[in-house]
Structures are given as C-alpha cells and as structure tokens.
Design a protein around this ligand. Structure first.
Ligand SMILES: Cc1cc2nc3c(=O)[nH]c(=O)nc-3n(C[C@H](O)[C@H](O)[C@H](O)COP(=O)(O)O)c2cc1C
Length: 321
C-alpha cells in the first residue's frame, strides 16, 4: 500500500469514518444539523462551539448525537476567558464526541484536560513549529489551513501549496489540510501534499443543511475567486472575508483604527448578520477563495460522496501523465 493510502486509512480508522473528509469547525455555521449530515454521509461533522455558551454548545452536541449514530467531533476556539473554556471542555467531555479540536489561541493549558479524559485531541496549527508543539502536547492530529482559507488567517500568510507539505514533513501525526478545498481535484491535491484528510469550510457553507441565509448563499454562489479579501491585519486579527461593504469599511478604517475599535468592528454579531440574517450591507461573511469555484447548492451528503468518489479518478488521470 502506498504511503498516502496508509495515511488516509489510518486517519479514517482513528476517526471511525469512511471518508477522510471533515466539516471544518465554523463558528455560527457548524450546527448540529450540518455536522450530523456530514457524519451520516461517511465524513466527520464538527459541531462548532464558537459564540455559544457551554449550555448552548451542550444542546447543539446533543442534537447532533441524536441525529446520527456515527461519530461527531467538535471544534472549540481557545479564548482568554478561562471559565468559559472550562465550561466548553467540560460540556464536550460529558458527551461522546471525538475528536475535540482546539482552534485559535494557545492549546497548551487545555490539552491535558482532554487527554486525561482519554479523548482524542486535535489542534489547529498555522506553522510547522506550532504543529511540532501540538505533537509534543499529545495531539492525535493537527489541522492546517493555507492562506486561501476562510476565517482567521495565519500571520505569515503562507498558501497551502507550501504550508501543507511543510507541516506534513514536520510531524508524524495525521495532518488535516484546509483552505480552498472544494472538490475532488483540490482534495486529491491536498492528499498528494502529504495530508491524511481534508477539512472543508466554504464548500459546506453552501450545503443545503447549512444555516446560512438564502441571500448569503446566493451572494456566495455569485462570487468569483478574487472576491474575498483579508481584513484586520493590524493587531494580529487578520481574517478572510467576502468583500461586502462591511469588510471594505473595515479595510478602510484599518490604518487608523485603535485596537478597541478593531475589536468592535469585528464583533461576532456583525458576522451573524452577514451569515445568518442575509444582511450583506452591514454584515460580514467569512469565507475562503474557493467560494469562486462553487457553482451549486447541494445536500451535504452529495458533497461528501461527489468529492470522495472523484479522488481516485483524479489521481489515476494524473498517474497516466
Ligand atoms: C464562517 C467561518 C467560521 C470559522 N470558524 C472557525 C472556528 O470557530 N474555529 C476554527 O478553528 N476555525 C474556524 N474557521 C476556519 C475553518 O475551520 C477552516 O479552516 C476554513 O474554513 C478552511 O478553508 P475553506 O473555507 O477554504 O474551506 C472558520 C471559517 C469560516 C469560513
């Protein structure tokens, strides 16, 4: 068996899934319904903790677990509020969710809690160095997103073509690649770069089960590959967004804005208006460059099946070169 095939097989058995395809952790988007639909199709759905209370997160996990008997994972963004972090991790540990993936801030204070409970730990990393630290902390897998990705952007702004193999070479853990993966070709490419699996954000935002407002989905379907922008590079708050008026306003304010103003401009409620209420005039819509390559709204299961079925033919076609 080839090294790539072994990597994929090992990841699938680690996660208990049929396909190495994950729903990316997405604040306000990774709901029970969407996560369960991805898991039911043989991938792995991640319920997103971002912006929820521990109670709300618990309810969402319970709903997902009731909708499918297949594995469900979670993504918890690491925040400074330690009480909130403790509540989120406790909520996850009370339920049969795995892996528990920590995104954003420093995972070190929280890793032991998850490992001590015997759960699989995933860590979102932005550099090969962070991936090595994640391995040293005892993670079972790392996630790495190239600069194409939607949402928060790594400070170094390195594209997936460079970052994915660099991280894959830095650790012996399975690497889940993200950023711009929307179809079989991009998924196959990530596997060729050394990933064991892929995580898709933007593609699943345009699933029928995604909670995005219909207007927002329509705007994303109209978008071209150059229609996203990185905003808020100052103060280490960079993120990739659809170029809505709100995103352009932040870009204009950026040079002059204080840190407090920047935090206020990026408040989660502005994203909820863009994502969930379809308010594209004042709301923000985080999404990746791959948005320009998505032409249809499909059920999550069709997305998983179409991508999974296409990987081998893509690789066979390339092998015939
Ligand atoms: C709307 C949105 C919300 C996100 N929220 C989170 C989050 O809560 N935690 C996290 O680790 N990553 C988050 N991300 C990043 C995704 O997990 C993923 O890495 C990214 O979407 C992959 O790139 P793609 O959108 O090109 O597929 C978010 C991305 C988007 C688009």
């Amino acid at each position: 068996m080839s090294q790539s095939a072994t990597r994929v097989r090992d990841l699938c058995s680690l996660l208990g899934v049929e396909q190495p395809i994950l729903l990316a952790g997405m604040t306000s988007v990774g709901t029970a319904r969407l996560a369960a639909a991805v898991s039911e199709a043989g991938g792995l759905g991640l319920v997103a903790a971002g912006r929820l209370t521990p109670e709300g997160f618990g309810t969402e996990m319970d709903k997902a677990l009731a909708l499918t008997s297949r594995p469900i994972g979670v993504n918890i963004p690491v925040v400074r509020d330690t009480t909130l972090m403790q509540g989120m991790i406790a909520a996850a540990l009370q339920r049969q969710v795995s892996p528990i993936i920590l995104g954003g801030g420093n995972p070190a204070p929280w890793a032991a809690l998850i490992l001590k409970a015997g759960r699989k730990l995933g860590i979102v990393t932005a550099t090969p160095e962070q991936a090595r630290k994640a391995e040293a902390l005892g993670a079972s897998l790392v996630v790495v997103a190239g600069h194409e990705a939607g949402g928060k952007a790594g400070a170094d702004e390195v594209g997936g073509m460079v970052l994915i193999p660099a991280v894959a070479d830095a650790v012996s853990l399975p690497v889940i690649a993200a950023g711009g993966i929307v179809d079989s070709r991009t998924a196959a490419a990530a596997l060729c770069l050394g990933a064991a699996g892929v995580q898709l954000g933007t593609r699943f935002m345009l699933a029928e089960e995604s909670p995005l407002h219909a207007e927002t989905k329509a705007a994303m379907l109209r978008a071209a590959v150059g229609d996203t922008m990185i905003i808020a590079r100052r103060y280490g708050m960079a993120r990739r967004m659809l170029g809505t008026p709100a995103a352009r306003h932040i870009a204009e304010r950026e040079a002059a804005a204080s840190q407090d103003e920047m935090i206020a401009l990026l408040a989660g409620r502005h994203s909820e208006r863009g994502l969930l209420q379809g308010d594209l005039a004042t709301g923000m819509v985080a999404c990746g460059q791959g948005v320009g390559r998505i032409a249809n709204l499909l059920p999550a299961a069709a997305i998983v099946h179409e991508i999974a079925a296409g990987i081998r033919p893509v690789l066979a076609e390339a092998a015939a070169l």
